[in-house]
Design a protein around this ligand. Structure first.
Ligand SMILES: NC(=O)c1ccc[n+]([C@@H]2O[C@H](COP(=O)([O-])OP(=O)(O)OC[C@H]3O[C@@H](n4cnc5c(N)ncnc54)[C@H](O)[C@@H]3O)[C@@H](O)[C@H]2O)c1
Length: 471
């Protein structure tokens, strides 16, 4: 017999709470969201301090990418919740005339959220908002690599929720493994594709619902019609925000050959303007986060060394400082296809730049690889933009922009294939944590449909044949 799961008692308590949660109306759920919103405003400085302690994330970046993003999700969810919770009427088809049909949503029940370290606050709170808005009892397992944020998230949960409604359990993969053995009604996982596969296997054991928000190698295409200065500024922002540790950061560039030299100049200048405005050196910048820990520093330094050994050129940056987990924003050119930086998700401040002659080449290059989480297109040609959006498969896209599509609360966010399963944010996030129950109501005593019941006499056969014929 299996030994009792370490978290069984807490899981049972949450399960017992689900009938009360599912019967709550809009007002009670909104009140919970409102409490969360007030807590974020009241603890803004502590959130900034926690992220700074974890990987020297600049306070302004925390405001923008952890707090503001959470508040946007909260506000959007709160203001649309009544509509999302209301039954949605569906018209009757010809054969079902006389019936009434609608879709009504119900909470899935007890759900598990597993969060990563790169946006450790927002990527726990964002799915939490969707889960409680949909009426679920929730367990959050935050990332172990960002302990200050993890501890603060625990305080948030303890301050705001009963432990049988929202429970935060800190720990590493041992804790996650134990949790994954339980029969969750839904698992919402954000992290790497490798661990995503482990989570999917665990979900299969209980046929738990599943959302996988994973990563990938996101291409940014810059064609010869692009406004190069504008493109460079946006690429530099999206790439080096959080020091490159962003799931939707541009992973590598595909630049039309004729504009590569000019784009490289613009990229180098944009890096200097952003991170070295007074010439004191990029390492002194207080606008650049650090690599999260020594293990990821070593991984990235290894990627850089591997590329250089195989013949890549460092066109900008290249400095690393182990004592600070610091890696300078770095641009690589002449990168050989065998370099690991072109094979693995980089997830750090290294930017390989490849060139192409035709747009078709770029589509073929991307489509020959695992499907990315995001694609970016920089072009002033509507035809080129349309071509790339229609011919490259990716979870989401930004046109003449990076990263921002992720912050739009009503754009379904998530991957495709290797970059993820299911969508998050706004209505999509609410639906991920809900069951859409399709309901058909028949009039009592209505006999029409009974004309097709067995025994299948000649008359029944004729009637069914007519139905088939006229569809
Ligand atoms: N799609 C998105 O929205 C999104 C957002 C952020 C990050 N990501 C992706 O996340 C990855 C980086 O985050 P990470 O390094 O924290 O990912 P990770 O997969 O290593 O860890 C994520 C979470 O899974 C847990 N975990 C680790 N090993 C486990 C195991 N064997 N079994 C069960 N749980 C386990 C960790 O404790 C952590 O809470 C990147 O690939 C990035 O692209 C995706």
């Amino acid at each position: 017999m299996n030994p009792m799961n370490k978290f069984q008692a807490q899981f049972e308590a949450l399960r017992q709470r689900t009938p009360a949660l599912r019967s709550e109306g809009v007002a009670a759920r909104r009140a919970r969201l409102q409490k969360l919103s007030s807590w974020l405003h009241a603890h803004r400085t502590e959130i900034q301090q926690a992220l700074y302690a974890d990987f020297r994330k600049p306070a302004t970046e925390t405001d923008l990418t952890e707090i503001w993003t959470s508040l946007v999700e909260l506000k959007h969810t709160s203001s649309h919740l009544k509509k999302w919770m209301a039954p949605r009427k569906v018209g009757a088809s010809m054969a079902l005339l006389g019936t009434r049909s609608w879709v009504q949503v119900e909470p899935k029940g007890v759900v598990l959220i597993i969060a990563p370290w790169n946006y450790p606050f927002y990527l726990a709170v964002g799915p939490l908002i969707s889960a409680i808005a949909a009426g679920n009892a929730v367990v959050i397992k935050p990332a172990e690599q960002t302990p200050a944020t993890s501890a603060l998230l625990r305080r948030l949960c303890e301050d705001l929720f009963r432990p049988d409604e929202v429970l935060l359990l800190e720990g590493d993969k041992e804790v996650a493994t134990e949790l994954l053995k339980l029969p969750w009604d839904h698992i919402f996982f954000t992290g790497s594709p490798a661990v995503g596969k482990i989570v999917m296997r665990a979900a299969a054991e209980h046929l738990s619902g599943l959302t996988l928000e994973l990563g990938g190698k996101n291409p940014a295409v810059v064609d010869e019609t692009a406004d190069l200065r504008d493109a460079a500024e946006k690429i530099v922002w999206g790439k080096f925000l959080n020091n490159g540790q962003t799931c939707v950061a541009p992973d590598y560039l595909l630049v039309q050959e004729s504009v590569q030299p000019a784009l490289l100049t613009e990229l180098t200048d944009a890096i200097q303007r952003a991170y070295n405005p007074d010439g004191a050196g990029i390492e002194q910048s207080d606008s650049l986060a650090r690599i999260v820990n020594a293990q990821h520093f070593a991984r990235l330094a290894g990627l850089l060394e591997d590329a250089q050994t195989k013949g890549a050129t460092v066109a900008a940056g290249g400095t690393v400082d182990e004592t600070q987990n610091y890696i300078e924003p770095t641009i690589l050119t002449n990168v050989p296809a065998t370099a690991r930086v072109l094979e693995e998700e980089i997830f750090g401040p290294l930017l390989p730049v490849l060139t192409f002659k035709t747009l078709r080449e770029t589509a073929e290059y991307v489509n020959a690889r695992l499907k990315p989480l995001a694609q970016y297109v920089f072009s002033t040609s509507a035809e080129n933009r349309r071509y790339l959006l229609e011919n490259v498969s990716a979870g989401g896209a930004g046109v003449n922009e990076t990263v921002l599509h992720f912050a739009h609360p009503e754009l379904p966010t998530g991957g495709v294939g290797n970059s993820g399963l299911g969508k998050a944010h706004g209505h999509a996030g609410f639906l991920a944590f809900s069951n859409e129950k399709g309901v058909l109501r028949q009039r009592v005593g209505f006999t029409g449909i009974k004309a097709m019941y067995p025994p299948y006499t000649g008359r029944v056969k004729q009637l069914v044949a007519l139905l088939v014929k006229y569809l």
